[in-house]
Design a protein around this ligand. Structure first.
Ligand code: GUN
Ligand code: FE
Length: 428
């Protein structure tokens, strides 16, 4: 399969942040094979299809490093509570009530929204049961994903929603054997102990060590999200969340920790030393009144930060653009207008997400040899020529655009959304 995209602008996201005009991107067998200056290109006799979009902007697909597809159907039902009540009275009972059919519906809606919003890679946390359904839908959809069942072997908030340590360990290991590196490596495993309060030390450790058997797999959890949650962890273990993970050796550079809002100086030191990855979820952190993570500080310290919409009850449409916008806006009154600028948050949602998952050589930018995970945006209504200030293209994407500006979405060179229409789930 060979074709050529000729957009108006190409936001390459390469090391020089090049924004190209009068260039074409050639895709062969799912990869970017060349980026050609149009004056050097002879159209006649080109042996593939040519897609000429003189109004559109081509960008790398968004990467979201913390998603719960199993929660998509719960949106609007879980508002105005803080984390532990929200889990106890809403999310745990709802997740506990999922059967295969309701879970499949939730996952389909979620993937469809993610793709329609330009997200091409996710790290998903599943629920306690029926994880096969999530993998089946991820495989069918064409999205790139890390996923795994969430691990819970203790649950004081909702005791019905848990299983034994042994069952959890066996279940997650057999899933990893079945699904890691499936669909031509598009699907990978993310071992997902839900959070400290829902896991025994044995479960945290076993699931951490299991990933050594699956090259490229990650460890995915929630940490340091809410002050009451942190107080409970302190009461139980005499430590802060990240100190506790570190004390039992379950934190490394393949660990993605969602939230990390309330962290001590000692924890920040551990985050730096271990090279763990922070998945920042600004919508969720605001909606559950969890707090504002000090992302500018983490970035200054060289800590990896990427973005995630968390579950749909927190963001309402799983849009990466919403997360970028909020990630920028919430810091400005605290710091200054130029901190977390549009280009910075665009990078958190693309190449930094790729780095968090150790996929920076494969996705996150438009460069020769990378996989063709691409989004075409229609920014035309903003009437911006970008001639005077190239950075304004990032501003238009982050501050002015949304789902309706996503024209087409491509993963591994395959069109999953074309001209505003989802090809995965809309055809019926
Ligand atoms: N901590 C444990 N489970 C969850 C969850 O589902 N969402 C969020 N935001 N935090 C959690
Ligand atoms: Fe979450």
């Amino acid at each position: 399969m060979k074709y050529l995209l000729i957009p108006k602008f190409i936001v390459t996201n390469d090391k020089n942040d090049s924004i190209l005009t009068n260039h074409a991107v050639e895709i062969i067998d799912g990869k970017i094979s060349s980026v050609i200056e149009l004056k050097n290109f002879v159209r006649k006799n080109y042996p593939g299809e040519i897609f000429h979009f003189p109004e559109l902007t081509l960008i790398p697909g968004f990467v979201q490093t913390h998603i719960h597809l199993c929660q998509t159907l719960f949106r609007g039902l879980a508002d105005d509570l803080q984390l532990l009540d929200w889990l106890q009275y809403r999310i745990f009972p709802y997740e506990n009530s999922h059967d295969k059919n309701s879970l499949r519906a939730s996952v389909k809606v979620g993937i469809n929204e993610l793709l329609r919003g330009g997200t091409t890679t996710i790290l998903d946390m599943g629920t306690l049961r029926h994880q096969e359904v999530i993998f089946e839908e991820l495989i069918i959809s064409g999205i790139r994903a890390f996923a795994g069942n969430c691990l819970i072997d203790q649950n004081d908030l909702f005791p019905q929603f848990k299983s034994t340590t042994k069952e959890q360990i066996e279940y997650t290991y057999s899933l990893a054997k079945d699904f890691h590196n499936q669909a031509e490596d598009r699907i990978k495993y993310g071992f997902a102990p839900r959070f400290v309060l829902s896991c025994s030390e044995e479960l945290l450790k076993e699931s951490f060590m299991m990933k050594n058997d699956f090259e490229g797999a990650v460890y995915h959890t929630h940490s340091s999200e809410n002050k009451n949650e942190i107080a409970e962890v302190r009461k139980k273990y005499g430590k802060e969340n990240i100190e506790y993970f570190n004390s039992i050796n379950t934190i490394d550079d393949h660990s993605v920790f969602a939230h990390c809002i309330h962290t001590s100086e000692n924890e920040i030191e551990i985050m730096k030393q271990t090279k763990m990855r922070v998945a920042h979820c600004p919508s969720s952190n605001l909606k559950l009144a969890s707090g504002i993570a000090d992302i500018p500080r983490y970035l200054k310290e060289g800590i990896s930060v990427s973005l995630g919409a968390d579950g749909a009850p927190c963001n309402n449409n799983l849009s990466a653009i919403t997360e970028m916008r909020l990630a920028a806006l919430i810091q400005k009154p605290i710091y200054s207008a130029d901190v977390m600028d549009a280009k910075t948050v665009f990078k958190l949602a693309t190449i930094e997400g790729a780095k968090a998952l150790h996929l920076e050589n494969e996705i996150g930018s438009i460069e020769i040899g990378k996989k063709a995970d691409l989004v075409l945006l229609n920014l035309n209504s903003f009437n911006n020529s970008y001639v005077e200030n190239e950075n304004s293209i990032y501003s238009d994407i982050v501050y002015s655009s949304g789902m309706n500006n996503i024209h087409s979405v491509i993963v591994d060179g395959k069109w999953l959304v074309k001209e505003f229409k989802s090809l995965v789930y809309d055809e019926n």
